[in-house]
Every structure is written in structure tokens, then in C-alpha cells.
Design a protein around this ligand. Structure first.
Ligand code: 13P
Length: 334
């Protein structure tokens, strides 16, 4: 591990006023979003869509790194430029999702464990050779009467630690993404408790594995009520709870924290980040790493009118710009 390489990569990723754009939806997730919009679920359609995301003019003003899926990192534009070379020419860092998706956690109904350790180091080396400088591994947790269970949290945390260790050994910045899902009718307090307990378990395992904290990034959910809870919560309240939870549970030395949008309404994700940035100085760099909250409008426009790439890119840029403003607490709702 070369600590300096990891720290330098994180500096470029966490540079203000930028954030990350996640376009690493698995085949299944990407296809299911395409299906809902009546788009064919072919490799060429996914390539075409991601080309517009990657070639969007001026996106580098707001986005420091793209997280790609394995299929995407090998694809090229219609006129033959590799996606990686397009991103690199804009000074954007290339990231790669390296987990292998979710499988059922035996004897724990409804809980999931992340797959993908097998062959991981070879894949990391290959991605690094292709041009990746950072990686992402996601685990998910559902809030329910008995979940997330300690067993599930521990098992996933151990996997995070092994993944992070291999990334750092190969000088790739690991993004550790424990996503507490929004689905359910849980209260905000229950979400707070789930995230807090889980972060404790995650950082405990990372510490045991001797992970170099300044050379890693945490990607987390915000503290939110469940999407079926039917309660309205002020953005300020979400911001305060989220920051309180992170300050209590995340070591000050880590390289940075980024948020997933997790199925919140697009603008809510923007407003919540904005509020957090107005809570005063924080111990770590903090920004966004949204997928849906940045892509939604662009994807819908493209699905309706695939010829009008410029319009989809305009919407993408606008969304990226709004989140960039939020990342410095300067977003004003229209
Ligand atoms: P969302 O912002 O759509 O939740 O996606 C971010 C992500 O990377 C999920 O793994």
C-alpha cells in the first residue's frame, strides 16, 4: 500500500465543490429502470445511455469521479473512444463497483449478504490497469422488527474489511457503502439506531483489519423515516440527525464521507445535503455520490426522446450543478 497515492486520489475525489456520480447500476437494476420507461434492455441501449452520461459537456465542473459497472468500464463511445479515456480527458476519476451483488443471508429471513470476494484481487488489478483509481462495495440492511441483525451486520462488516484491505494493498481507494434501505414504515429514530449500530460494527471490523482510514471513503445513507412512514420531516431535522450520527460513529481521520440518494425524491437529497453543509465545520470532507437523484430526469427525457441527447445532458448537468451547490451549502430551491 502506498498511502500517498490513496490520499492524493481522495483529495481529487473530495475536491470542493464537486461530488461523485454513481452510474454503476447492475444489469438487473439498470434493466428494471429501463423496462419501467419502455427502453429495450440490451447491452447497446445501456452503452448508448451511459455514453450520454459520460460525454455530457462541462460535467467535470461538478463531478470529480464516476462509479462504473464492469460492463461500462470496458465500453466505448459510438465513435470509438473508450469511456475511460473520455473521463480521464476531463480529469474525472474512474471508479468501479466490484461487489458481486446480494444473496440471501442463510437463516435470516429478509436479510442480505454481499457476494464477490472470490477472485476480487485479480479483478482489482485488472480494473486498476484499465484506469480505475477507486472502487465501491455495497451491502444493504433492512429495518424491521428483528433487523438488521447483529449477525448480518458483522458478516457484511467482515466482507467490507477484506475488500478494503485488498483495495488498499493495490492502491485503489475503497468506498465502503453500508446502505440502510429506505423501504419500510420505520421511524427516523429507528433509522438512526440502525445506522449508528451498523457503523459501529463496520468501523470495528475495519479497525481490526488495520484499514488505513485516511485512505478510504464511507458512502452512507442519511437518517430518514421509512418511505411508507408517511411523515413529513424538515430537511434541517434530517441533516442534524445524520450529522449527529456520523459525528458519533465515524472516525475523524477517514478520507471522506459521501451520500447515496437511496430512493429519496431528487430534490430532497439535494436539500438535505445543503442543510448539512450549513451546520458548521465537520471533521471530514462531505459530499454526494448520487445515482438516481442525479440521473432520474436525464434518463426519463432520454427514454422519451433518445434522439435529443443534448436535452438529457442539459438535465443531467443541471442536477449535478444543484448538488454541487448543495455540497457547499449554497443551493436555493426554485
Ligand atoms: P442512489 O443514489 O440511486 O441510491 O445510488 C447510489 C448508489 O451508488 C447505490 O449503490
Amino acid at each position: 500500500m502506498n498511502e500517498e497515492i490513496l490520499i492524493e486520489t481522495i483529495k481529487r475525489l473530495m475536491v470542493s465543490p464537486k461530488g461523485l456520480l454513481a452510474i454503476d447500476e447492475s444489469l438487473r437494476t439498470c434493466n428494471s429502470r429501463f423496462e419501467k420507461l419502455g427502453v429495450q434492455t440490451t447491452e447497446e441501449k445501456r452503452r448508448e445511455y451511459r455514453e450520454l452520461l459520460i460525454t455530457a459537456p462541462d460535467i467535470e465542473k461538478y463531478i470529480s469521479g464516476y462509479i462504473l459497472f464492469d460492463e461500462t468500464i470496458r465500453q466505448s463511445t459510438a465513435d470509438g473512444k473508450s469511456f475511460i479515456s473520455v473521463l480521464q480527458s476531463k480529469g474525472i476519476e474512474v471508479g468501479i463497483k466490484v461487489d458481486g451483488g446480494l444473496s440471501d443471508f442463510p437463516e435470516h429471513t429478509g436479510e442480505k449478504i454481499t457476494e464477490g470476494l472470490e477472485g476480487l484481487e485479480d479483478r482489482l488489478k485488472e480494473h486498476k490497469k484499465l484506469g480505475a483509481t477507486f472502487a465501491k462495495w455495497r451491502a444493504v440492511y433492512t429495518i424491521g422488527e428483528k433487523t438488521p441483525s447483529l449477525d448480518c451486520m458483522k458478516e457484511n462488516a467482515k466482507l467490507f474489511a477484506k475488500y478494503a484491505e485488498l483495495c488498499q494493498k493495490n492502491n485503489l481507494v475503497p468506498i465502503v457503502e453500508p446502505e440502510v434501505l429506505i423501504e419500510g414504515d420505520h421511524t427516523m429514530e429507528e433509522c438512526y439506531q440502525a445506522i449508528a449500530r451498523n457503523l459501529e460494527v463496520v468501523f470495528n471490523e475495519l479497525k481490526l483489519a488495520d484499514i488505513f482510514f485516511p485512505g478510504m471513503i464511507l458512502k452512507t445513507s442519511m437518517v430518514l423515516p421509512g418511505n411508507d412512514a408517511k411523515v413529513a420531516v424538515y430537511n434541517q431535522e434530517i441533516a442534524q440527525s445524520t450529522i449527529k450520527c456520523l459525528k458519533e460513529k465515524v472516525p475523524n481521520e477517514i478520507g471522506g464521507i459521501v451520500f447515496l440518494s437511496g430512493g429519496q425524491k431528487d430534490e430532497e437529497a439535494t436539500k438535505n445535503l445543503n442543510e448539512m453543509k450549513n451546520l458548521g465545520p465537520l471533521p471530514w470532507p462531505l459530499t454526494f455520490s448520487y445515482g438516481r437523484a442525479i440521473q432520474n430526469e436525464a434518463m426519463e427525457a432520454w427514454a422519451k426522446n433518445p434522439e435529443d441527447i443534448a436535452e438529457a445532458q442539459r438535465l443531467l448537468l443541471l442536477s449535478a450543478e444543484n448538488n454541487s451547490l448543495a455540497s457547499v451549502g449554497k443551493y436555493k430551491s426554485s
